[in-house]
Write a protein that binds this ligand. Sequence first.
Ligand SMILES: Cc1cc2nc3c(=O)[nH]c(=O)nc-3n(C[C@H](O)[C@H](O)[C@H](O)COP(=O)(O)OP(=O)(O)OC[C@H]3O[C@@H](n4cnc5c(N)ncnc54)[C@H](O)[C@@H]3O)c2cc1C
Length: 96
Amino acid sequence: METGIPDIYAAGDLIQHNSIFYGIWPAAEKQGEVAGINMAGGNSEYHGTIISNTLKVAGIDICAAGDIDAEAQKDSILFKDAEIIYTKKWCFSMTP
Ligand SMILES: Cc1cc2nc3c(=O)[nH]c(=O)nc-3n(C[C@H](O)[C@H](O)[C@H](O)COP(=O)(O)OP(=O)(O)OC[C@H]3O[C@@H](n4cnc5c(N)ncnc54)[C@H](O)[C@@H]3O)c2cc1C
C-alpha cells in the first residue's frame, strides 16, 4: 500500500489498486490493515478483494459478487429461476 512516494501509504476509498477502485468497506479495511502493518515496519501484501454488494431496489433484494462484467465484454451463461427470481451469471473469457 506504499504509494509512488516512498514512506507514504494510502488505503481505502481514495486509492486505486491495480487499476481497480473498490469503494467498499471490506477492501478499505484490508488495505488499511496492510498499510498499517507496513508502516510499522512489517511486510504485508494486499492481493485485492472480491467485490460484493447487496442492496434493495423496488422491494427486491439484490446481491452481486465477483466480476459481474458490467460492460458485457465476456462470454456468459445465464441461469434463471423464475419462482425465486434469481439469476446466476457465469462470466468467462474465451481468450487465454
Ligand atoms: C451512503 C453510503 C453507503 C455505503 N454502503 C456500503 C455498504 O453497504 N457496504 C460497503 O462495503 N461499503 C459501503 N459504502 C462504502 C464504504 O463506506 C467505504 O468504502 C468505506 O467507508 C471507505 O473507508 P475509508 O476509510 O477509505 O473512507 P471513509 O470511511 O470515508 O473515512 C475517511 C475519514 O477521513 C475523514 N477526513 C476527511 N478529510 C479529512 C481531513 N482533511 N482531515 C482529517 N480527516 C479527514 C473523514 O471525516 C472520514 O472519517 C457506503 C458508502 C456510502 C457513502
